[in-house]
Design a protein around this ligand. Structure first.
Ligand SMILES: NC(=O)c1ccc[n+]([C@@H]2O[C@H](COP(=O)([O-])OP(=O)(O)OC[C@H]3O[C@@H](n4cnc5c(N)ncnc54)[C@H](O)[C@@H]3O)[C@@H](O)[C@H]2O)c1
Ligand SMILES: [Zn+2]
Length: 368
């Protein structure tokens, strides 16, 4: 089993990564449970596919459970579902010292983490992420929250879990598109800060696509190590944590342009956005022209989108997309700060980037 430590003083926790962890769940609860009781929140898909194994394991260990299953999908990151979740916890008399498990993808993790943060002013929670995106990204680092009519993730809290249990075996049942979208974030780690890891991903593209357990354990563990190191250095995103947003300002504009719909999933937008960030870096002479070409090829090998024109349906033009980029919450004093790179694995925060150069790379991507 791989163990990654997130050292944040009294908010420190471990991330456990291996196959079949659900079947050994009670072992890892030692020292965390004040009574033999667990509240579990999941979504309807994960409930159907994986919940019974978890419940059986807990029952055999004499641990009583209460389960809430929310509707699968992004629409559950809402005020309504947050209220329903907190009310459910209160109805079921979840106490200040009880533990709640977020058992699902990033939606369940973000929602339950936020509910735990405000429930009785904070109860402990465990992330048990079941999607690749959640295992490498959303379950680590303590960002929790919901969406509102004003935008995504605008209401929430920094609230760290007490433990993360990443059972790699659960990834076998993910839809191909969700799996590959999660991979967009995995590749991002190599691209932003670890050239060797990126080369390993290229060499293991086929194994990863085939969901080879050992390749996935390494990919998830290494991603978590990188995210953990960045979060330890900058928990509240005052500086370096912004590097994790490689490709994201482009992605957020494309998500807005496609109405946060099935036309483009978040991780797909991260892959396209990362290519654009390298295109722009090459255009500015920061990195070689071969880098964006190489990255496009890798995403193609993985069977993923790698340019804007892979997105189905019509899209706004480059002017409008740049305008959308300027609505990103990372814009400060009207200046667009972007994550660019001086080579694969060497991302940095570029301040006040010229919008005309951005338009050029978007136009090229639209034309490919
Ligand atoms: N908190 C953070 O730091 C952070 C970082 C990145 C993303 N996020 C958030 O994460 C969310 C996206 O996460 P996601 O992609 O996991 O979305 P998700 O939770 O909606 O999961 C995607 C789909 O996969 C299904 N699913 C989950 N596990 C499965 C499994 N093992 N087998 C089969 N189906 C399974 C879900 O039911 C859903 O239909 C977004 O809301 C995003 O804002 C948060
Ligand atoms: Zn992301």
């Amino acid at each position: 089993m791989k163990k990654v430590e997130v050292s944040l003083e009294n908010r420190s926790y471990d991330i456990l990564i291996d196959e079949n962890l659900i079947l050994k769940f009670p072992v890892y609860l030692e020292g965390l449970l004040n009574r033999k009781f667990l509240a579990i929140v999941t979504d309807t898909n994960v409930e159907n596919l994986h919940l019974s194994r978890l419940l059986t394991t807990l029952k055999n260990a004499g641990i009583e459970t209460k389960v809430l299953s929310i509707k699968a999908g992004e629409s559950s990151k809402s005020w309504e579902t947050l209220q329903a979740t907190v009310d459910w916890m209160l109805d079921n008399k979840i106490e200040r010292n009880d533990l709640v498990v977020a058992f699902g993808g990033g939606v369940v993790g973000d929602l339950v983490g936020f509910a735990a943060a405000i429930m009785r002013r904070g109860i402990q929670f465990i992330q048990c992420p079941t999607s690749l995106l959640a295992q490498v990204d959303s379950s680590v680092g303590g960002k929790t929250g919901i969406n509102t009519s004003h935008g995504k993730n605008l209401v929430g809290a920094f609230y760290q879990p007490s433990l993360v249990i990443s059972d790699i075996s659960t990834l076998k049942t993910l839809e191909e598109r969700d799996f590959l979208a999660g991979y967009g974030e995995v590749a991002k780690y190599g691209l932003l800060g670890d050239y060797e890891f990126y080369c390993w991903l290229e060499e293991n593209a086929e194994n990863i696509r085939n969901r080879d357990i050992h390749a996935l354990i390494k990919a998830v563990a290494h991603s978590c190590e990188m995210k953990s190191a960045i979060v330890i250095a900058d928990e509240k995103e005052q500086g370096e944590r912004a590097l994790l947003n490689l490709g994201h300002t482009f992605c957020h504009a494309l998500e807005a342009a496609t109405g946060y719909s099935e036309r483009m999933l978040h991780g797909e937008g991260v892959a396209i956005g990362s290519v654009l960030a390298f295109d722009l870096s090459a255009k500015m002479g920061l990195t070689s022209q071969e880098d964006p070409t190489r990255i496009k090829k890798h995403f193609e090998d993985m069977g993923m989108m790698n340019s804007i024109n892979n997105i189905s349906g019509t899209l706004p033009n480059a002017d409008k997309l740049v305008e959308l980029m300027f609505q990103d919450k990372k814009v400060v004093d009207g200046k667009l700060n972007l994550i660019l790179a001086k080579g694969i694995g060497k991302a940095f925060i570029a301040r006040d980037v010229d919008p005309n150069l951005i338009k050029d790379v978007i136009n090229n991507s639209l034309a490919i």
